[in-house]
Design a protein around this ligand. Structure first.
Ligand SMILES: [Zn+2]
Length: 350
């Protein structure tokens, strides 16, 4: 059975209703917040604080942010909670690299299932606490990153036909991740920071397979990233071509994130909003990185730029990527609150 014939999860109706009323707010950068904690190797492994789920590894784990969902779950939950209380309607799980492909770098492929379940549960706990506080419904998006390999392009200049990963490798890896995210209780799936559309198509395929097993269709958000000045993804697509490549997924949103600050993203976002017959999402970085790779655009600056998206009627969901803190999200939420969401013709298959 094709997954479009499956009954939709109740999240579809809730999100569609909310998105009709206002611009929804996505959270900011988990990585930026983790950095401020200054965790050392021991903390990444779950030691020091008497955590029960300490990991034993011969491979250094410092910098493996996704591991913290298992070894420092309270810290991850607090970051989600801070974003929720700053105004995020949707928070992303700490699972950007929680696939066997990305975790191979840390020799932690055997923990992938546990990482995804724990990350989804940490986000869920934070959202439940926030909702108990103020009564607002919030949603957890299972974050699915691009992996560190590309299915379309050879990493070897002397062998253009070589591929470091295949569609089927990606489909299987994403499938394992998405099933675990669903098991952990996510409301939707967010396939993000797409630089290679073929990788994203494998993730979409894996969603279809996982939904069929689950017996319910979850909303999918799809977000590409523009990596060069000519306005193309790494695999060479314009925003219009990108939309036509993923449209078959009938995503709840399509959009852009990362790579560029809001200024440079605007024309590409406008192009996408002009062709997509679904909701549009944008979450730029806090400007461009400085010489140290840090983002120093102030919350009010980022918010003013994101407000332009809203004023021009380009967006239905906005948030922040690299460098954005709860204060950025608070300012963004305030800046777009007075603007109507981008209008979309009613379609039959919501
Ligand atoms: Zn980013």
């Amino acid at each position: 059975m094709h997954s479009f014939m499956l009954p939709p999860s109740e999240t579809f109706a809730e999100l569609t209703r909310a998105a009709r009323e206002r611009i929804l707010i996505l959270d900011g950068a988990m990585g930026t917040m983790i950095q401020t904690l200054g965790l050392d190797e021991d903390a990444f492994l779950g030691g020091g604080g008497g955590h029960s789920c300490a990991i034993h590894s011969d491979h250094p784990q410092q910098g493996n942010n996704d591991l913290l969902s298992l070894t420092q779950p309270e810290a991850i939950e607090e970051i989600h909670y801070a974003f929720a209380m700053a105004g995020a309607d949707i928070v992303e799980t700490n699972t950007f690299s929680s696939t066997v492909i990305a975790q191979a770098d840390y020799a932690l492929t055997h923990q992938v299932q546990a990482l995804n379940v724990a990350a989804a549960q940490a986000a869920r706990r934070a959202m439940d606490r926030a909702t108990a506080q103020d009564g607002r419904r919030r949603w957890v998006a299972g974050a699915v990153g691009p992996t560190n390999r590309t299915a379309s392009i050879s990493p070897d200049v002397n062998d253009p036909g070589y591929r470091a990963v295949t569609f089927d490798d990606l489909r299987r890896a994403y499938g394992e991740q998405i099933r675990a995210l669903i098991e952990g209780g996510v409301d939707l799936i967010l396939i993000e920071t797409i630089f290679d559309t073929l990788n994203a198509k494998a993730a979409v395929f894996a969603c279809f397979e996982a939904f069929a097993e689950h017996g319910r269709r979850l909303p999918i958000m799809i977000s590409g990233t523009i990596t060069d000045a000519s306005g193309r993804t790494l695999s060479g697509q314009t925003p219009t071509a990108f939309w036509h490549s993923v449209r078959h997924a009938r995503p709840f949103t399509v959009g852009l994130n990362c790579a560029l600050g809001a200024d440079a993203m605007r024309p590409h976002l406008a192009e996408l909003a002009g062709v997509a017959d679904t909701l549009v999402c944008a979450y730029p970085n806090a400007g461009l990185p400085n010489a140290f790779g840090e983002y120093d655009e102030a919350p009010a600056q980022t918010a003013a730029k994101v407000e332009v998206f809203a004023r021009e009627g380009l967006v239905n969901v906005v948030g922040g990527c690299c460098g954005t803190t709860p204060e950025h999200i608070r300012e963004i939420a305030a800046a777009v609150a007075g603007h109507a969401p981008r209008r979309l013709e009613e379609t039959a298959d919501a």
